[in-house]
Design a protein around this ligand. Structure first.
Ligand code: ADP
Ligand code: 5GP
Length: 180
């Protein structure tokens, strides 16, 4: 049966890394591409990592009812385009969303049958090390992301499953085992 899966967890925990590793082994899983108002990082491509849109375009998507869920995060807006998710589910594929906590809560409310997975860091110190070590944000943006991390870590009990990202391959295998 095709199902909707959500992977969430604090910024820098390794969501993108673990999901990318999983998708190398599981081409049967379709990863949703979100819309965001943040600027592309070096190497990110429009339509691949994200649809990079202006704040006006993002608002228009929301008003048109085209977002399954959306949230503000560290100064930008992020949302899941509804149509492609429904199309892939209707085609019988497992669909994966990689989104933050507020969005995960909206998915839970709208689609209670969705499976929510929390990716947890080995420790708060290691989370900070990974976020800073990624080197993609300036100090203010790192601070904004870490400020959200406490609330995200406190919400772990709202999730159906917890995967600890100590080793990338182990975490990808554990996530994969949860996805039909
Ligand atoms: P997120 O998508 O959750 O914001 P990323 O996937 O961008 O996080 O990972 C943040 C940083 O941590 C990256 O530099 C990545 O290479 C690194 N990382 C991810 N998983 C691990 C791991 N298991 N051990 C060590 N470093 C990791
Ligand atoms: P980043 O800027 O690091 O790519 O993403 C910042 C945060 O936004 C991450 O926690 C990521 O999972 C989350 N995110 C990405 N796309 C979406 C989305 O469509 N909806 C929501 N709610 N969060 C998203």
């Amino acid at each position: 049966m095709s199902r909707l899966y959500v992977v969430s967890g604090p910024s820098g925990v390794g969501k993108s890394t673990v999901v990318a590793r999983l998708l190398q082994q599981r081409p049967d899983i379709w990863l949703s591409v979100s819309a965001t108002t943040r600027s592309p990082r070096p190497g990110e491509q429009h339509g691949r990592e994200y649809f990079f849109v202006s704040p006006e375009e993002f608002a228009a998507l929301g008003h048109a009812g085209e977002l399954l869920e959306w949230a503000s995060f560290a100064g930008n807006s992020y949302g899941t385009p509804r149509g492609p998710v429904q199309e892939h589910l209707a085609a019988g594929q497992s669909v994966l969303l990689e989104i933050e906590l507020e969005g995960a809560r909206q998915v839970r409310a709208a689609m209670p049958e969705a499976v929510l997975v929390f990716l947890a860091p080995p420790s708060p110190e290691e989370l900070k090390r990974r976020l800073v070590g990624r080197g993609t944000e300036d100090d203010a943006a790192v601070a904004a992301r870490l400020a959200r991390a406490d609330a995200e870590l406190a919400a772990v009990d709202e999730f159906d499953h917890v995967v600890r990202n100590v080793d990338i391959d182990v975490a990808a295998a554990e996530l994969g085992a949860l996805i039909e």
